[in-house]
Design a protein around this ligand. Structure first.
Ligand code: SAM
Length: 306
């Protein structure tokens, strides 16, 4: 398989940039969080899709221990939807919708209508082109925009959710404020994400910068334990559930690594062995952070008064 110019550029980016910590830190400062994340997905979305092997750019929920990596990824979305009480009568907003995997699962399994919001034009183009192939083009729509300044009028959605998107956005307060503005009274906002349980220990860990650049997450953007409950409270949501999901989601890094050991030849062919090794190293460090309790996985559900 021959690599395109884009793939060769991505290969150079992944191979060389993480080693240049000073350059990377200065670059991130100059770009700011919005441009940083838009460029990250502009160039790396195809690699990330290849590493998950699906349209779901998130971890998996392993409840039986026998499910495949892809089954567990889909289950994570339906668990969130079920816990939030989403159903066919609801129009949902997905904050940070990637390439549409979670929105499609929500529409297919729970019968909801979904509008996916994303700052990345590249991902949105892929999501829009994919929905007709799923037969979901009338139930899943998309909008381009920033979660901190949403391109929607007041009270437009029944409920909202975000899966591994808020980690990219330092200003969680603005996101919760915007979700409060664009949803109806009584709306629920379900957020699933990784949580930095010990930010100081993470900052001191020599691999933390490497992992942050691999996931496209700024060091200061990781969700800290008290941040979402406080933001919910300030913007009219009461915290109805804070579910510790590490036992079910924690196996994700190892499961994804195993999936790649068996199915990673495409990544090796297109991007080279060094990029493949960087991806495997990222998954191993993530596994270690979860095993040592530095990172947990949580579902927070807030509800507006009706
Ligand atoms: C890890 S992906 C998760 C995608 C999707 N939720 C899923 O589970 O497959 C994070 C997504 O959040 C989006 N995102 C990050 N910052 C954003 C912002 N400020 N406004 C809108 N979308 C944003 C990214 O472009 C990306 O699509």
């Amino acid at each position: 398989m021959t690599s395109s110019l884009n793939e060769r550029f991505v290969r150079a980016l992944i191979k060389h940039l993480p080693a240049k910590r000073g350059v990377l830190d200065r670059l991130q400062k100059v770009l700011g969080p919005d441009l940083h994340v838009a460029l990250f997905y502009r160039f790396l979305s195809p690699v990330i899709e290849a590493t998950t092997g699906s349209r779901n750019l998130h971890g998996g929920f392993f409840e039986r221990g026998t499910e495949s990596w892809h089954e567990a990824q889909e289950r994570l979305t339906t668990v969130l939807g079920e816990r939030c009480g989403f159903g066919p009568e609801h129009h949902l907003l997905e904050v940070g919708c990637g390439v549409g995997g979670a929105a499609a699962t929500m529409a297919r399994t729970l019968g909801c209508r979904v509008t996916g919001l994303n700052i990345s034009r590249t991902q949105l183009r892929r999501a829009v082109a994919w929905m007709p192939r799923q037969g979901l083009e009338n139930r899943v729509l998309f909008a381009r925009g920033n979660a901190t300044r949403m391109p929607f009028r007041w009270a437009q959605f029944d409920h909202a959710y975000a899966i591994e998107a808020l980690s990219h956005i330092p200003d969680k307060e603005a996101v919760v404020r915007e979700v409060a503005r664009v949803t109806y009274p009584g709306a629920r906002f379900g957020v699933f994400d990784a949580c930095a349980e010990d930010p100081d220990a993470l900052q001191a860990d020599p691999d933390f910068g490497f992992v942050c650049s691999s996931w496209g997450v700024r060091k200061d953007a990781w969700i800290r334990p008290a941040v979402l409950p406080a933001a919910f409270q300030r913007h009219g949501f009461s915290l109805v559930e804070e579910q510790y999901m590490t036992p079910q989601v924690g196996p994700s890094a190892a499961a994804q690594a195993e999936y790649l050991r068996q199915n990673g030849s495409r990544i090796r062919d297109l991007y080279g062995v060094e990029v493949f090794d960087i991806i495997m190293a990222t998954l191993e460090i993530t596994r270690r952070y979860v095993a040592s309790g530095l990172i947990s996985y949580k579902l927070w559900i807030g509800e507006k008064s009706s």
